[in-house]
Design a protein around this ligand. Structure first.
Ligand SMILES: Nc1nc2c(ncn2[C@@H]2O[C@H](COP(=O)(O)OP(=O)(O)OP(=O)(O)O)[C@@H](O)[C@H]2O)c(=O)[nH]1
Ligand SMILES: [Mg+2]
Length: 462
């Protein structure tokens, strides 16, 4: 069990060679412990929010490193406690020796996320904001970073608070009626209750809907590039990445092992998978490549199906694409007619029940504009109508999604109770349930287990 009264220390920066590193201390003894090994200023006497140049000395009085000590006094610090941050030189040794010295003087090694846990317990952040800290650290794309920052700034929590206060008001009316039930009065106007419940339901729906985008932001989008051998799949991959990652050759059957690479496009993280060309083959290795390509398509979030415009889309390819509609109905498929540069006139876009994007992957290496229509399709395929959603309304966290779904269930049940003229008790019960679920997201209601689960995912020193 975590103790709150003691003083914790950890290296807050990544290991390895770097210009600087930070060793962090937080707790009631932070200033005393730092002062015990610091030569420069009296860190116990200096004012809050000041920085001091000096040396950290080892327990036997040897200088370890030149450092800058920054002092933050309670409650105006990240954790809300006294905090001292020692900025030393990077590398493996200086931060480690300084940390050991702090431990020698009475600090305890912090557990993962313990600084942020303390910030939460001291009311500096709510739970959703604390989780946003971890999301921000793990953000793999510009949009994911922006969403985490909006959550950290509390804009997402504000939305949840507004929902809660609406529900709380509703609940108060209903419970007041219950108190006066003998007198058969109605404090709450039914139509108003209905409207408020409907609005809450809609807001919850909206948040839940955003989870798909949140998931994509968190995990990236897996886009599989498939098609016949020699269609230009690897050339297209290289063009999308802006580097020659995959081998390109005029020999059909060049790509065998799957090639995966990431790229950020319009703020989203895409994981592109280039696959072996789909065909029946006697070559054992190539056949294995084809099997893997089929598996990759089965697990794809978007399929970019490439064919050679000079060859056209064979009947069995058309049949394959039609079959995909029933086999993977939720899979967005973008059909690309490649080698546009080899055609004199605009390509006749075949009798296919899907639109075809004609482009030249080869030309795209020199001219990024060539890829624009494909990029637009890719972004549209994954974000659908979510692309323009406000950052503060995007749910990125699986735990939140579960609570939101249960809150919506409760709101729906309350709405049904109202419709059926059921007793106020039942209505109040459902409203309380919804409030409970929303409170669990921001941490008004929480348990030690939940906190452990959340903060154990953090880095040490955060
Ligand atoms: N003219 C022209 N040639 C292209 C274009 N895209 C690819 N090619 C050529 O087509 C040939 C096959 O390209 P790849 O990218 O290796 O095709 P692939 O689909 O990956 O082929 P496999 O790995 O064998 O399945 C190469 O000679 C490329 O240079 C294009 O837009 N225009
Ligand atoms: Mg290839």
């Amino acid at each position: 069990m975590r103790q709150r009264g003691d003083t914790i220390a950890a290296i807050a920066t990544a290991r390895g060679r770097a210009a600087l590193a930070i060793v962090r201390l937080s707790g009631p003894e932070a200033c005393r412990i730092a002062a015990a090994c610091f030569r420069g200023a009296d860190l116990q006497a200096v004012p809050s929010h000041t920085a001091h140049f000096g040396y950290v000395l080892s327990p036997d009085g040897e200088p370890i490193d030149q450092v800058v000590a920054t002092v933050f006094r309670t409650p105006r610090s990240y954790t809300g406690e006294d905090v001292v941050e020692l900025t030393c030189h990077g590398g493996d040794l200086a931060p480690q020796l300084i940390l050991e010295t702090l431990l020698h003087h009475g600090a305890r090694l912090a557990e993962p996320g313990e600084f942020t846990l303390r910030a939460f317990l001291n009311g500096k952040l709510d739970l959703a904001q604390a989780e946003a800290v971890a999301d921000l650290i793990h953000a793999g794309s510009t949009r994911a970073h922006r969403v985490s920052l909006a959550h950290l700034q509390g804009r997402y929590s504000e939305q949840l608070q507004r929902l809660r206060s609406d529900l709380l008001e509703l609940c108060a009316y209903v419970e007041l009626e219950l108190d006066f039930s003998d007198e058969d009065v109605e404090f709450a106007d039914r139509a108003q209750l209905e409207a408020l419940l409907d609005r809450t339901g809609r807001l919850l729906d909206e948040l839940l809907r955003s989870y798909r985008l949140g998931e994509l932001l968190r995990d990236g989008v897996r886009v599989v590039i498939g098609g016949r051998p020699n269609a230009g799949k690897s050339t297209l991959l290289n063009a999308l990445l802006g580097q020659d990652r995959a081998i390109v050759s005029p020999v059909p059957g060049t790509t065998r092992d799957q090639i995966e690479a990431e790229a950020e496009i319009e703020g989203l993280r895409f994981r592109f998978v280039d696959t072996a060309g789909l065909r029946a083959t006697a070559d054992e290795i190539e056949a294995e490549g084809v099997r893997r390509a089929q598996q990759a398509i089965a697990a794809a979030e978007v399929l970019v199906y490439v064919f050679d415009l000079t060859v056209g889309l064979a009947p069995d390819e058309q049949a394959y694409l039609t079959r995909l509609r029933t086999e993977q109905p939720a899979l967005p498929v973008i059909v690309v007619g490649n080698k546009r540069d080899l055609l004199d006139s605009a390509p006749e876009l075949l009798a296919l029940d899907r639109p075809v994007l004609a482009l030249s992957a080869r030309r795209a290496r020199e001219d990024a504009a060539e890829l624009q229509p494909l990029v637009r399709e890719l972004v549209a395929a994954v974000t659908a109508d979510l692309g323009s959603m406000d950052d503060s309304a995007v749910v990125m966290n699986q735990r939140h999604r579960q609570h939101l779904a249960r809150a919506r269930e409760a709101v729906q049940a309350a709405r049904a109770a109202l419709d059926q003229g059921l007793s106020g008790d039942l209505l109040a019960l459902e409203l309380r349930r919804a409030l409970h679920e929303l409170g669990a997201i921001t941490g008004e209601i929480t348990t030690e287990d939940v906190l452990d689960q959340i903060f154990s995912r953090f880095c040490i020193g955060k």
